[in-house]
Write a protein that binds this ligand. Structure first.
Ligand code: EPU
Length: 305
């Protein structure tokens, strides 16, 4: 484990050797050398300065729902956003939200106020920042259709306010990767409360009927390939219930991998590689991971080759 002095952020806290499994929805991941709980923009800037000075890899962790850490953990800094950076408020019909706020919570609070726009977020187990970086959403609605402004901190520690266009959103992706999203402004529309709530409920209902809610999973593991659903394709290949160790393809939705109890990152990776190989061999389809596969020393969204 790296022991780089006694650095701590000015307002937040840092822990050493904490298991990342405690911070991911798959409950998988070894120890992080540094796990930072940032509670102010100064903390974020200080963390980034430390990362630059010590040339450490950095991973920005939200709700832990779209990420596979290694069983050996992470030899760098894992940054999380708390308190002030996770608060949100409504100014009229406009939502101003810290990146660390839970998307389902923001979505349900908007619904309570009769504000429409983010109903789709009710069932997405992410934080606002991660949902923006990944342009999360459902089949028919997603973050980039709503967000107007995004406040970020660049790796150099500079704070910028970006417009929607500048974030260069695409299907399950954006140019925000590598920056720390701090805050977002999302204009919403007034609508009858019952109507907003009904829309939220229907998103929740569909999700609970078609996805393995309540299990240890990380959301969809592959992006949808052009023209089809990865889940449908994996299902057609007969791979539901396929298992490596304690990692299994969900029998309800084949684009979900469930940790039955003691799955390791290697179990999940082996399973993903096998699925990918079958899709390639039998359908000529290249399945791209939607999740971030984090290397021990590298924060990049790795492939499965
Ligand atoms: N299907 C199957 N078998 C399966 C899974 C799906 O036959 O195992 C069929 C369904 O019956 C349906 C079609 O495939 O006819 C599409 O399925 P679904 O509506 O579940 O949509 P999806 O394309 O598989 C996408 C998103 C989900 C999002 C849902 C609902 C991606 C990779 N997935 O799934 O997002 O919740 O639409 O809007 O874009 C995520 O990104 O993590 C995620 C779960």
């Amino acid at each position: 484990m790296a022991t780089k002095g006694t650095w701590t952020p000015p307002d937040g806290t840092v822990s050493h050797g904490e298991a990342l499994a405690r911070h991911t929805t798959w409950a998988i991941g070894g120890p992080a050398d540094f796990l930072v709980k940032a509670v102010s923009e100064q903390d974020v800037q200080s963390t980034l300065e430390f990362v630059r000075d010590e040339q450490l890899p950095l991973f920005i962790l939200g709700a832990g729902s779209n990420v596979l850490f290694s069983d050996e953990g992470f030899r760098g800094v894992v940054l999380t956003l708390k308190k002030e950076l996770a608060e949100f408020e409504f100014k009229g019909t406009r939502l101003i939200t810290g990146a660390g706020a839970s998307l389902p919570r923001v979505s349900s609070q908007a619904a309570k106020r009769g504000l429409s726009g983010l109903e789709f977020g009710i069932g997405i187990p992410g934080q606002v920042g991660g949902s923006l970086i990944n342009n999360s959403g459902t089949r028919d609605d997603w973050m980039s259709r709503h967000v107007e402004r995004i406040r970020i901190c660049t790796p150099a520690g500079e704070i910028h306010e970006l417009t929607n266009e500048e974030a260069n959103f695409r299907y399950r992706g954006s140019d925000l990767v590598g920056n720390v999203v701090l805050r977002a402004e999302i204009p919403l529309e007034e609508a009858p409360e019952a109507q907003v709530k009904e829309k939220s409920q229907s998103y929740r209902r569909v999700r609970s009927e078609t996805q393995p809610i309540g299990s240890r999973n990380a959301g969809c593991v592959f992006k949808n390939p052009e023209g089809t659903s990865a889940g449908k394709l994996i299902d057609e290949l007969g791979l539901k219930d396929m298992r490596v160790g304690d990692a299994v393809v969900s029998p309800l939705h084949a684009n979900f991998v469930i940790n039955l109890g003691n799955a390791t990152a290697n179990d999940v990776l082996t399973l993903l590689k096998q699925i990918r190989q079958r899709a390639q061999e039998e359908r000529g389809v290249n399945l791209e991971p939607e999740i971030f596969i984090v290397g021990t020393d590298s924060p990049t969204r790795e492939g499965l080759e």
